[in-house]
Design a protein around this ligand. Sequence first.
Ligand SMILES: NC(=O)c1ccc[n+]([C@@H]2O[C@H](COP(=O)([O-])OP(=O)(O)OC[C@H]3O[C@@H](n4cnc5c(N)ncnc54)[C@H](O)[C@@H]3O)[C@@H](O)[C@H]2O)c1
Length: 696
Amino acid sequence: MAEINSVADLSRDGDIAVLTIDSPPVNALSAPVRDGLHHGFEKAVADPEVKAIVLICAGRTFIAGADITEFGGARKGASLFAVQEKMEGSPKPIVAAIHGTALGGGLEVALCAHYRVAVPSARCGLPEVNLGILPGAGGTQRLPRVVGVEKALEMVTTGQHVAASQCLEIGLVDALAEEGKLREGAVAFARKAVAEGWPLKKARDLTDKIAAAKGHPEIFTAFRTTNARKFRGFKAPEYNIRCIEAAVNLPFDEGLKTERTLFAELISGPQSAAQRYYFFAERTASKIPDVPADTPTIAVKQVGIVGAGTMGGGIAMNFANAGIPVKIVEVKQEALDRGLKVVRGNYERSVKSGRFTMDQVDKHMGLISGSLDLASLADCDLVIEAVFERMDIKKDVFAKLDAIVKQGAILATNTSGLNVDEIAGATKRPEAVIGLHFFSPANVMKLLEIVRGAKTRKPVIATSMKLAKTIGKIAVLSGVCPGFIGNRMLRQRGAQTQKMVMEGALPWDIDRVLYDFGFPMGPFAMGDLAGLDIGWVPERSKGETIRDVLCEMGRRGQKTGAGYYDYDENRNAKPSPVTEKVIHDFIVKSGANPRGISDEEILERSIYPMINEGAKILEERIAIRPSDIDVVWVNGYGWPVYRGGPMFYADQLGPERVLAKLRHYQATAGDAFKPAALLEKLVAEGRKFADLNKES
Ligand SMILES: NC(=O)c1ccc[n+]([C@@H]2O[C@H](COP(=O)([O-])OP(=O)(O)OC[C@H]3O[C@@H](n4cnc5c(N)ncnc54)[C@H](O)[C@@H]3O)[C@@H](O)[C@H]2O)c1
């Protein structure tokens, strides 16, 4: 690149100037890019032979957004506002030519052009909300003026990427150019604008699409109500809405001020810190220090699954959706039929919801076949076992698979927490064995814990990580330990919530505290939803726990109309006097005195042991880095992303505070709170968990 600076070039096509930005990989708005834009427009405007200016980008995309690595640091170079002023104030029409994605700051720049042209494959959006912020460069003020209030609200609160054809429909782009011929298309468009003397359309001056909403707060109230569940706990969606409201009701420059004030508050607040951290955490999870990106992988063209139960069917759908044929093996025909019926039912529901067409479903179902014969899996490149959670059965299945499945294939187990090395030991090829821990429902949940055994070969790990991407999962690598990362930490929380009930806290109090913290539901409501009788065997029940007694009474969760809670016909939960009496009787029998437990104690005793367990998981090198633990909890267990994840949350609280509280509870509530050595060490050294992320 030349002419303007290292990333910007100004050329001429007759009387049309073409300003090209070329700053790989995504033309983010770094200081040189902002400088390039500023000087480029300045020069083109000053050139008397130029009649109009096209802004276009080289490489795979238009300006994809802000340079996120600049956040929080000192800004250099031209400010984005100066660039935007230059554009909007240009006496010559500016046409933004969009390919790839124009997101965030990228779209905010494009919104300052007088016209926008895009290729059909392009997409536009303001995804800031997903980082806990709002478009802080006029996006919330210009967008509603261009696309209207309703569409703007939707775009800024979901962060959705809108396809070019739809952008055309809503007025976000003015014309489509032929794929691969964007430059020609945009130059022709600009030439036409000049020839026909089109006005300089400035988004800031448009009012026709917002006028009707002015003085109608009920439009915004209704939008908030409709989305209340989705936005619960998050600050950014509300602030984005307020900005759109300001755009409607205030003069442009006043609206900009509102946007700036609210942006400043969000960007310096804890939620956006958490969400920006989390954005990188997910991307980092795929990096495994000793399994480099060039590790060879195994081609997976045919997948086998053993067991067509709750998990087997869901797992099969993932592969079928990605176009990979799957064979499912069961022990009995009825079980196989039932399993395949559930899969079909799931697919039919996804047609109703609009996710798939009937044709797609037929295609996907056509890729799934069933068999009662393990030998039919001989040619599979990957076999995933999803039979009952019993070591003896799993070992038996793996010994048989070892004898049947071709060499070079991957043998995986979906165990929720059994010892993968012991399972691998049932084969003569433990190096081919790995854990692929899907979460329920397996066709929906994003998380995949990949469990590396002591002998697992690197290509087996690399293939699993790659495959996770193919089927749309977010993978986190775990070592072998009971429960792996997620369930191991969950157990700590479970033990404390049960214990607190025996001390006098009621299930709905605990659920309320955790719900208010941001979990989609508390552990007792969750138990009722899953069924309290999972893993409960009537013949062996001795009424020793509250759950035993509830199950014996037929209170087995939502499906029986009662569990910890009572349920009405619409499955609305109500605290249950019956459960309360059962709990009371238990406490009396134990000889304890029930006491009131504060919300603060409920929260701390639920969360701090998880953090402590996370520290042990790091100490034992079960997880590679703290952020991986956070990815597990946000994706697999409903930890609110605006709190980053348990390890990030610990840093926000301050490791010394967590340590002090653990010591306090160790004295009052027992050794389950004994602080992990790693936490002690971090505090002694004045460091945080985040420092360990940098080391990995
Ligand atoms: N359900 C969950 O939420 C969940 C989540 C993650 C992991 N898991 C794990 O996934 C595995 C399966 O769990 P699930 O909930 O799907 O159980 P499930 O009881 O619903 O299904 C197990 C299926 O395996 C079949 N089966 C048993 N032995 C077999 C054999 N030798 N050959 C072929 N099929 C056989 C059974 O007939 C049954 O249909 C377990 O290891 C479990 O821990 C379950």
